[in-house]
Design a protein around this ligand. Structure first.
Ligand SMILES: Nc1ncnc2c1ncn2[C@@H]1O[C@H](COP(=O)(O)OP(=O)(O)OP(=O)(O)O)[C@@H](O)[C@H]1O
Ligand SMILES: [Mg+2]
Length: 449
């Protein structure tokens, strides 16, 4: 790319700094703006691929409101723009908020010209890659997050968020119930990041016994303990340059939380029995289905570690809360497993589609995947009916009206709670009853609210 067209817009109200930045970036055509309207005019006139943005702009130079408004306005006018925000001393929280809002990355103030220069180069690089991808795909939708099937606005929002935060090297915490796609999204973060060519290493902290987890994460030297017959690299080291996915982070015992925190602060590890400090550069993505805030309050999870791990928090909606996705995913899995098993299906009966929509999916996408796998193997006809799906609401065992009504109540309540992610007030509205009535019913039917 020729240098003349490399436009860089610097949005900064400090004129001294404006001048300094202009001189420092002779490779770019630097355009400066001192406030929101000047910035928007410059975006209109020059379409700069990369923008640096000070969040403290007049008329709110000590706050961030004007900076955020400018961020939003630039992205609305020119969505592909890579915006790098300045985070003043102690303002990391607003920098992270800006990233969640679509900024490409942030740099700390006071400005280190070399460091900012590197981020700007990276932003150009990503911008060019994206332009290249668009040319190759010629109009197709986003396929960066490979494998994620959804048509639901609730989930598309999550996918967009993942794509946005992927390029900034921040830690990401994925919160979601079991089977919602945490691991799939963690891979998505990696694939959409600049680390995509480096390893993605996953470890499930709940699946490994407490006394082995440390060795698994940090590795060990030969002879460090009985059975340590040869020096072994831990998962952290194996992820060098790439992404480390810590699944079920809530299950890491407290002593190991301390070690993990030390690693995140110093970015070096020591293998068990080793004396050498080994520098490791990894991006951390975590996931849990546990309520970490509650665990912190109960002293079971370290708050300082939480803030290191959760610079960006992404909440993954349950399947029942994703409108239309149950049937969409059912078709997706039906096609996939039919192919794998060499069978042909015509699809679903209307009753089957209704059953898919009405089920509350406590096991989310994984449950749906398993149900479809089973159906493809077991079904006797090419058109799948509700009974083939085994959704657990077959003929009621008792035929008394009371039992049938109760079962219908239970089903509606479970579905309403699943659709509203357990929000009792909203679920009550959905059911057309008052909140206290719903609480009574929850107690009566022993359903967890
Ligand atoms: N949106 C989706 N589109 C297609 N497949 C999906 C989607 N979400 C999840 N899956 C598939 O469903 C299964 C469960 O997803 P995944 O393992 O990522 O979930 P999880 O939240 O990590 O689950 P668990 O809590 O059981 O570990 C996987 O086989 C995954 O490929
Ligand atoms: Mg998982």
């Amino acid at each position: 790319m020729s240098d003349v067209s490399r436009k860089l817009l610097v949005v900064e109200d400090d004129e001294g700094l404006q001048r300094q930045l202009r001189w420092s970036y002779e490779d770019y055509e630097v355009i400066t703006a001192g406030d929101r309207s000047a910035a928007l005019a410059a975006v209109e006139a020059h379409a700069p691929p990369v923008v640096t943005l000070d969040l403290g702009l007049p008329p709110d130079p000590d706050g961030t409101s004007e900076g955020f408004a400018t961020l939003e306005a630039i992205l609305a006018a020119q969505p592909g723009t890579k915006i790098i925000v300045a985070s003043g001393h102690g303002a990391r929280a607003s920098a992270l908020k800006a990233i969640a809002g679509g900024a490409f990355d942030f740099y700390p103030k006071p400005v280190d010209i070399d460091e900012l220069g590197m981020i700007v180069r990276r932003a150009y690089h990503v911008h060019e890659l994206e332009a290249e991808n668009r040319r190759l795909r010629a109009g197709g939708g986003s396929d960066v997050l490979g494998g994620i099937v959804t048509g639901a606005p609730e989930m598309l929002k999550v996918a967009r968020m993942i794509e946005r935060v992927a390029t900034a090297d921040v830690s990401v915490m994925l919160l979601g119930a079991s089977g919602t796609g945490k691991e799939l999204l963690a891979r998505g973060v990696h694939q959409a990041s600049l680390r995509a060519a480096k390893p993605f290493v996953a470890i499930n902290c709940a699946a490994i016994p407490e006394n082995l987890l440390e060795a698994e994460l940090f590795g060990y030297e030969k002879g460090a303990f009985t059975g340590a017959v040869k020096t072994t690299e831990g998962k952290i080291e194996l992820a060098q340059g790439g992404t480390l996915f810590l699944d079920e982070i809530g299950d890491v015992p407290l002593p190991l939380q301390v070690k993990l925190l030390r690693f995140l602060q110093e970015r070096v590890i020591e293998r068990i029995g080793g004396r050498k400090a080994i520098p490791v550069d990894v991006r951390i993505v975590c996931a849990t289905h546990q309520d970490l805030e509650k665990m912190i309050a109960e002293g079971r999870f370290r708050e300082d570690l939480y803030y290191r791990l959760a610079e960006i928090v992404v909440r993954i909606p349950s399947l029942a809360a994703r409108h239309g996705d149950a049937t969409l995913l059912a078709h997706h899995f039906l096609a996939k497993f039919a192919r794998e098993h060499g069978r042909t299906f015509k699809g679903f009966t209307p009753a089957a589609l209704a059953a898919l929509n009405d089920w509350h999916w406590p096991g989310n996408v994984r449950e749906l995947e398993n149900k479809m796998k089973r159906a493809v193997i077991m079904a006797e006809h090419p058109l799948l009916d509700a009974a083939d799906l085994d959704l657990g609401d077959q003929e009621p065992a008792q035929l008394t009206l009371k039992a049938i009504r109760e079962e219908a109540d239970r089903k509606a309540i479970r579905l309403a709670l699943a659709r509203t992610e357990g929000n009792v007030s909203t679920a009550a509205k959905l059911l057309g009853i008052s909140r206290p009535t719903l609480y009574d019913l929850l107690k009566q039917y022993e359903i967890e609210g």
